[in-house]
Design a protein around this ligand. Structure first.
Ligand code: UDP
Length: 175
């Protein structure tokens, strides 16, 4: 995200560009389709992962969807079991941050697959949420577009100044 770009710049280790989840995820899916790797789609509201799977299979011939599961579950164990049984090579974990990162950290020893945390990606693939126009993306304003569409994101965005402050302190202290 854009916060990481600013943070890296402040610390004198600039990064070449953002790697938006949608671009990384799309490239990963194309790679899986080409190499015959099976993908499991996990997260979002009930029905969304299935719709995303349908749309993706139409777009990417050869894509193998090992299974799907919604992101509103009570316990980790049944989801872990479903992923294990599916024989997936790659799991798209779409629970939003930091829930998805915590989920992956808790369960990574039990799942023998590459897991990537890609937030609201399944909503985009299912066609529920459009991506920001290209001009907004180029200006680094994708976050603003999403904020206007979903004002409730405001609270999580308050973390960005906190994060940048932590980066500034690190820079000042040189630690
Ligand atoms: N979500 C979920 N389970 C939860 C909370 C959220 O599956 O308990 C889903 C939600 O339906 C949405 C995604 O996680 O599809 C979060 O999207 P958001 O855009 O907030 O994530 P970001 O990409 O910003 O991390």
């Amino acid at each position: 995200g854009i916060g990481v770009i600013y943070g890296a710049k402040l610390l004198g280790t600039p990064l070449r560009s953002r790697v938006p989840g949608i671009e990384f995820g799309t490239a990963m899916l194309a790679h899986c389709a080409e190499t015959g790797k099976k993908v499991f789609l996990f997260g979002a509201k009930p029905g969304v992962a299935e719709q995303a799977a349908k749309n993706l299979c139409e777009k990417l011939p050869g894509l193998q969807i090992a299974g799907t599961h919604d992101g509103y579950f009570k316990e980790d164990a049944p989801v872990v079991e479903a992923i294990r049984e599916s024989g997936a090579d790659c799991v798209f974990v779409c629970l939003g941050a930091p829930k998805q990162e915590l989920w992956m950290a808790r369960n990574r020893q039990k799942i023998n697959a590459v897991m990537i945390g890609v937030g609201g990606l399944l909503d985009v693939f299912a066609g529920d949420i459009p991506r920001a126009p290209e001009s907004w993306q180029r200006l680094g304003l994708e976050w603003l577009y999403r904020l206007i569409r979903e004002p409730k994101r405001f609270r999580r965005m308050l973390r960005l100044p906190k994060y940048l402050w932590a980066v500034m302190l690190k820079r000042i202290r040189g630690t």
